[in-house]
Ligand binder design. Structure first.
Ligand SMILES: *[C@@H]1O[C@H](CO)[C@@H](O)[C@H](O)[C@H]1NC(C)=O
Ligand SMILES: *[C@@H]1O[C@H](CO)[C@@H](O)[C@H](O)[C@H]1NC(C)=O
Ligand SMILES: *[C@@H]1O[C@H](CO)[C@@H](O)[C@H](O)[C@H]1NC(C)=O
Ligand SMILES: *[C@@H]1O[C@H](CO)[C@@H](O)[C@H](O)[C@H]1NC(C)=O
Ligand SMILES: *[C@@H]1O[C@H](CO)[C@@H](O)[C@H](O)[C@H]1NC(C)=O
Ligand SMILES: *[C@@H]1O[C@H](CO)[C@@H](O)[C@H](O)[C@H]1NC(C)=O
Ligand SMILES: [Zn+2]
Length: 520
């Protein structure tokens, strides 16, 4: 959930856990969901093989090679009866909120803003808390097969908090970076670790165009303060671009047009694509990712197409909080998937893809059924949902080498157990993953060609210590939340709109049952 109303200070970090110098790997015998760039559709290869060199997919073979035909030091991973897919890409998430896990199961949007949002949560967190929450949140994502995250990190209340969250990401990255021992070496080195961008910005609801422009520049300067990446400060964005593009990254900017469009206060919010365009931010080679976009207008959608920028649809969040989905399904071609506040619901992109697929079918069918007609086809295929969860995420970040299995793409791979009880009998591997699998069926996760999860277990040095520190922080922060009285949701909310009485579902008969307590 992005903030509105209050000042939003966000460090946006695109985390891509990475490594170098991995031995050549051969993933052989599986069914590979590769990508055909010619026809822009998934390409299923049965009984094929992948050769991974360093952090890249070096070869995609239609037939598994025979023993003896590959170098002896190749690490062979037998993928017989497995399904190999690209890793999932999450284009909107707040890693620092991991410590809130389960505390907000019944929260509303109004509740969220006064209880868990970046606007109010600072007193709950020391920098160390941000660090461990961010770090363990990334473990959670890796475990779920997410291999690239665009972190909308608005925990940047102080320089220390900002640095801690950043360190939380970096320290994970360093776990896999082999012989690179300090931060500088990966920045300056051979991109052992790819931190796509770090962007520190200040935006407020009242902000208008000029302010956005200014803060956007400031964000690059702050990034330089933190990571020593950019030494220029007040130069125009275009001057900074070679810095980001030379690393092969785009700077990414996330905002929330939904709140504005849904509550019709866009003029004061200033975060619609039109506002970014007026600020000169949208139509550049810098990737811009707009969070939610649930109620995006036809004009805004056209602008995103014209500038090739994307939204991050976070289906579960938008249902949980009541953003609803009036129009964002109509711009799936400039869409990608994100999680948002993963402490309130599931953390995996697979669940998001499935929810979005079926809820979009529901909505599209309604168009027809509401006319008293019977739909004569299915409106949304599993292959399209699969692309949304993988390739479109890469496109949203300006990275054609992410979210696909193609030659020279990043070797960010998931190996699924095709013999799990839920998948048994599958013919279509895409349907198997999108509609039948759970993240528990993921055997291996590779990021940049290295295993981060193997045989269903995360491979993380110091994991137990991190878990113990995380649990201490979670316990302390959750107690503070319990001790904080709820703010009654009465009167008016942001933008002056009144709260309305919400009818509640009661699955029990009789009076006085209803919603009941949360068991926290
Ligand atoms: C190929 O080699 C692997 C060990 O590297 C072995 O497990 C497997 O049985 C061999 N396959 C054949 C067909 O020889
Ligand atoms: C972040 O990491 C750097 C380098 O290891 C360290 O100097 C700094 O103290 C850390 N900051 C925080 C807030 O953890
Ligand atoms: C670091 O490099 C040395 C020498 O090349 C190698 O033996 C060692 O395994 C490497 N360490 C890691 C963590 O990869
Ligand atoms: C974006 O910029 C390109 C060239 O820089 C221009 O041709 C195009 O018209 C611009 N699009 C919009 C929507 O402003
Ligand atoms: C439930 O409560 C309402 C209002 O308090 C009352 O009118 C109604 O009779 C009650 N119904 C039952 C089944 O107790
Ligand atoms: C959520 O649960 C808490 C704890 O049981 C309760 O006090 C609160 O009223 C609930 N909030 C909402 C928005 O339903
Ligand atoms: Zn958000």
């Amino acid at each position: 959930m992005c903030n509105s109303k209050f000042t939003l200070i966000a460090v946006i970090v695109l985390i891509h856990v990475a490594a170098v110098l991995a031995k050549t790997k051969l993933l052989t015998g599986g069914t590979i969901i590769a990508y055909d760039e010619g026809i822009q559709l998934p390409k299923v290869i049965r009984g094929g093989a992948l050769i991974v060199k360093d952090d890249r997919i070096d070869q995609i073979l239609d037939i598994a090679p025979l023993n003896g035909t590959f170098p002896v030091d190749t690490e062979v991973i037998d993928c017989t009866n497995k399904i190999i897919t690209p890793g999932f890409i999450d284009t909107h998430r707040h890693g620092w909120q991991t410590v809130f896990k389960t505390m907000g199961s019944n929260t509303t949007l109004g509740d969220y803003f006064v209880r868990y949002s970046a606007s109010v949560a600072q007193p709950l967190f020391t920098p160390e808390d941000v660090y461990i929450s961010q770090k363990v949140g990334i473990f959670e994502a890796l475990n779920a097969g997410t291999t690239t995250i665009l972190d909308h990190a608005h925990h940047t209340w102080t320089r220390e908090h900002a640095a801690a969250g950043y360190n939380g990401s970096i320290d994970i990255i360093s776990l896999y970076k082999n012989n690179y021992s300090n931060g500088a070496s990966w920045m300056l080195g051979k991109q052992a670790i790819l931190l796509r961008s770090l962007c520190h910005m200040t935006i407020s609801l009242q902000t208008h165009t000029e302010r956005i422009r200014k803060t956007f520049k400031q964000s690059l300067r702050c990034a330089s303060d933190l990571i020593g990446l950019i030494s220029v400060t007040e130069k125009p964005i275009s001057k900074c671009l070679p810095v980001t593009t030379s690393l092969g990254h785009g700077t990414v900017y996330a905002q929330n047009p939904h709140l504005s469009t849904a509550t019709d206060v866009r003029e004061t919010v200033g975060n619609a694509p039109e506002d970014l365009h007026n600020a000169g931010i949208l139509n550049t080679s810098i990737a811009v990712v707009l969070a939610h976009g649930s109620a995006i207008s036809a004009h805004s959608a056209a602008l995103l197409r014209a500038t090739n920028q994307h939204i991050s649809i976070t289906p579960e969040s938008e249902m949980h909080y009541g953003h609803l989905h009036p129009t964002s399904h109509l711009i799936a071609d400039q869409g990608s998937l994100g999680i948002d506040t993963h402490f309130t619901f599931s953390t995996d992109i697979l669940t998001q893809a499935r929810l979005w697929l079926q809820s979009t079918r529901y909505r599209m069918y309604s168009n027809t059924v509401d006319r008293w007609q019977i739909p004569n086809s299915n409106p949304f295929s599993v292959a399209q949902a699969f692309l949304l969860a993988t390739r479109n995420g890469g496109l949203a970040l300006g990275r054609k080498d992410l979210g696909v299995i193609t030659k020279n793409a990043k070797a960010d791979l998931l190996v699924w157990d095709g013999t799990s009880p839920s998948l048994l009998g599958w013919a279509d591997p895409i349907a198997a993953v999108i509609l039948h699998a759970s993240i528990g069926d993921i055997d291996h996760v590779l990021v940049d060609g290295n295993f981060v999860k193997r045989d269903k277990k995360l491979i993380i040095k110091g994991y137990d210590d991190d878990v113990s520190n995380f649990l201490d922080a979670a316990k302390r922060i959750q107690q503070k939340l319990r001790d904080t009285p709820l703010v009654p949701q009465v009167g008016k909310w942001l933008g002056g709109f009144p709260f309305g009485e919400q009818y509640q579902i009661d699955v029990q008969s009789g009076n006085g049952t209803g919603y009941g307590p949360s068991y926290i």
